[in-house]
Design a protein. Structure first.
Length: 345
């Protein structure tokens, strides 16, 4: 019950999805700022967006609903009214294996997301996005992936956002198999247990905090932080820079990453660089990487580290921790990955 206890601290305005938004302008007036307050619906505000460059301000409260931003809502900003992301929480509880109400099957991994967006130029800031579905409450469901945010669309920027779930917390994806959509996460807190940052996007994480959860299982590894699925043609996958990795579990219980080669894209060549980051003792320093499937061993993937510190970064078996050379490190920067887009400027 840990997740629900955590979210229970935000009590103002527990919302039933489908309520009408309180807007600073209705669609026909063309006002650029829409306000959502306790008792209103964030999705209704998204549905009211009538042009590019709109802003939705979410006031303190807990909004229990699924929010989906369509591709045509370009350049949208969705932000909390305060600078503390704990004040405004969007949360729901669907999993991969959760049956849909209409009987058409289950949601699947991407469909389980509390928040999803296909809009280019999206900015999300000062919010908490959470999926509080718990395995213990649903022993009959085997598809236990429960996504907090599923993001596609080029030039997506998350600033000071908390992303909370257990398995598959943050799905950084692209709009198409051959698209190299860019995503930038700055000063974000992301926590989970299994593969909780995963996908094929070009995703940069700067000054972020990755936190692995305690998990009541009798095996190790208890989970992995990253599971990239980068397209082979994409030179850049996931980059974590100047960040930190902590753990609520015992020392060495987690792996840093494993490669994900999806059944629908078997040519994927996962890419991950973790550099200038403090890695805590929760990560196994001897064998920080593992395989997801035997036919795709991690040693054949584009996994590299550079100048990491902390007990989880100690190099005891060099061949288990591939590293960038100084010359290679000059290429693996946010500027290179974001290809001229400068959300950090």
């Amino acid at each position: 019950m840990r997740r629900r206890t955590l979210l229970a601290g935000v009590t103002a305005g527990l919302l039933a999805a489908g309520s009408r938004p309180a807007l600073a302008g209705t669609p026909h007036t063309g006002r650029r700022v829409l306000h959502v307050r306790p008792g209103d619906s964030v999705q209704a505000a998204v549905d009211a967006v009538d042009g590019p460059g709109r802003t939705i301000v979410v006031h303190p409260g807990t909004y229990r609903e699924v929010v989906q931003v369509p591709a045509h809502a370009g350049e949208l900003t969705l932000r909390g009214a305060s600078r503390d992301p704990r004040d405004a929480v969007i949360v729901f509880a669907n999993a991969n294996g959760t049956p849909k109400p209409d009987g058409s099957g289950t949601y699947g991994t991407a469909g389980s997301a509390t928040f999803s967006s296909a809009a280019p130029g999206l900015t999300v800031r000062d919010l908490t996005l959470a999926n509080d579905w718990l395995r213990a409450d649903h022993p009959d469901i085997t598809g236990t992936q429960a996504v907090a945010a599923y993001v596609t669309g080029d030039r997506t920027h998350f600033e000071n956002v908390r992303l909370l779930a257990h398995q598959d917390t943050l799905f950084v994806d692209t709009t198409a198999l051959d698209a190299f959509d860019r995503q930038y996460f700055h000063r974000c807190h992301i926590e989970g247990d299994v593969d909780f940052v995963f996908g094929r996007a070009t995703a940069v994480f700067e000054d972020c905090h990755f936190h692995t959860l305690q998990r009541n299982v009798d095996f190790t590894p208890k989970g992995m932080v990253f599971a990239p699925s980068t397209a082979r043609a994409n030179p850049y996958g996931i980059l974590a820079v100047r960040s930190r990795i902590t753990s609520g579990a015992e020392d060495g219980a987690y792996k840093l990453a494993r490669p994900w080669v999806p059944s629908y894209e078997t040519t994927a060549w996962p890419s991950l660089v973790v550099r200038d980051t403090r890695i805590g003792p929760g990560i196994d320093p001897v064998t920080p990487y593992t395989d997801m499937r035997e036919q795709y061993p991690w040693q054949t993937m584009r996994f590299r580290e550079y100048r990491n510190t902390g007990p989880g970064a100690v190099i005891t078996v060099p061949e288990n921790r591939p590293r960038l050379t100084p010359a290679e490190a000059e290429v693996h920067t946010k500027e290179t990955y974001l290809r001229g887009w400068r959300p950090h400027a």
